[in-house]
Design a protein around this ligand. Structure first.
Ligand SMILES: NC(=O)c1ccc[n+]([C@@H]2O[C@H](COP(=O)([O-])OP(=O)(O)OC[C@H]3O[C@@H](n4cnc5c(N)ncnc54)[C@H](OP(=O)(O)O)[C@@H]3O)[C@@H](O)[C@H]2O)c1
Length: 288
């Protein structure tokens, strides 16, 4: 039997894209991760030819303009990547009846809630990043087809590329203390868990919006402290307020995701973020 083929946008260099490529390959998929020079994602005709030539069955979109602070000043670029690209992918994949797994974010919410956000909750992003990601989701949903899957996730860490946890551990090796924000709460998530969980949804041929993250919640401060303690380092974490960072973007103070819809559909319980963090630190941290 020939291998199923997946095209992974962001599969060469992205934090999540590389984890998705790794997970798909482990599950027996043939993974296509073209360089930008090989395939221009924004060229619809080129993209169509590529999908046809390689008989792609699944497209994973892990490309995004993800820098929340920079997006405030580079709105055109943020909308190009976060809204225009999903629009193009939606148009190409729907015509060919190809599965599209598109990643989005808990930053599409306003952060005012105090209990985990469900997929039914009202969106209301305050940042350009959140607004442009929501615009991408809307474009896709307006032209939805049977094989459209949108996975919102949160606060990623994992192998293959630097990330918040990796940066904290780097700093903790040389500093006696570090300042970390204490008034934002999210769902820390291991990219390899997210990869496995997302594939469960694909296997079940699920469509629509799902929230997928590790279980539980933390502040950036708690995530940093747990990482440092797990790595056996000796560095003090000083809690600071978001206001002290003088950032233009107003990040949601609460973006914890309720993943119960995912568990009901797949029968899989997401594991706690602390466990997922330990796996990352023990097994992968040295290899980044
Ligand atoms: N990281 C998080 O904490 C987090 C949380 C919630 C949701 N998400 C979502 O998860 C998804 C993946 O995020 P990530 O953290 O893996 O992002 P990432 O590490 O920044 O990767 C983004 C990927 O997009 C590629 N890219 C950027 N601009 C491009 C362009 N103009 N043309 C082609 N490729 C381009 C990058 O390639 P280059 O390296 O060549 O620039 C990179 O491979 C996104 O949809 C994001 O919204 C992430």
């Amino acid at each position: 039997m020939s291998q199923q083929k997946a095209l992974i946008l962001g599969g060469r260099t992205g934090l999540l894209g590389q984890a998705m490529a790794h997970t798909l390959a482990r599950e027996g998929w043939s993974t296509l991760k073209p360089f930008r020079e090989e395939l221009d994602f924004f060229d619809q005709k080129q993209l169509e030819k590529y999908l046809d030539r390689h008989e792609v069955e699944l497209v994973v979109n892990a490309v995004a303009f993800k820098n929340v602070a920079r997006a405030e000043d580079e709105q055109d670029q943020a909308y190009l990547l976060n809204r225009e690209l999903p629009r193009i992918l939606g148009s190409v994949c729907s015509k060919r009846d190809v599965y599209l797994l598109h990643f989005s974010t808990g930053f599409v919410f306003d952060g005012e809630k105090k209990t985990p956000y469900t997929t039914e909750d009202r969106t209301g992003p305050a940042t350009v990043y959140g607004k442009s990601k929501l615009a991408g989701e809307k474009f896709l949903l307006e032209n939805s087809w049977e094989k459209l899957l949108i996975v919102r996730t949160s606060w990623l860490f994992g192998p293959f590329k630097t990330n918040f946890v990796h940066k904290i551990l780097d700093m903790a090796q040389t500093k006696k203390s570090i300042d970390v924000i204490h008034d934002q709460v999210g769902s820390p998530t291991n990219t390899l868990d997210l990869g496995r969980y997302s594939l469960e949804l694909v296997k079940k041929k699920t469509k629509g919006i799902y929230h997928v993250a590790n279980k539980g919640q933390a502040t950036w401060c708690e995530l940093a402290s747990e990482s440092i303690s797990c790595a056996g380092l000796n560095c003090r974490v000083n809690p600071i307020s978001s206001r002290d960072c003088h950032e233009k973007a107003k990040r949601p103070s609460y973006s914890v995701l309720d993943c119960s819809k995912f568990s009901i559909v797949t029968g899989v319980q997401v594991r706690p973020w602390v466990q997922a963090l330990r796996d990352y630190i023990y097994y992968y941290q040295d290899r980044v």
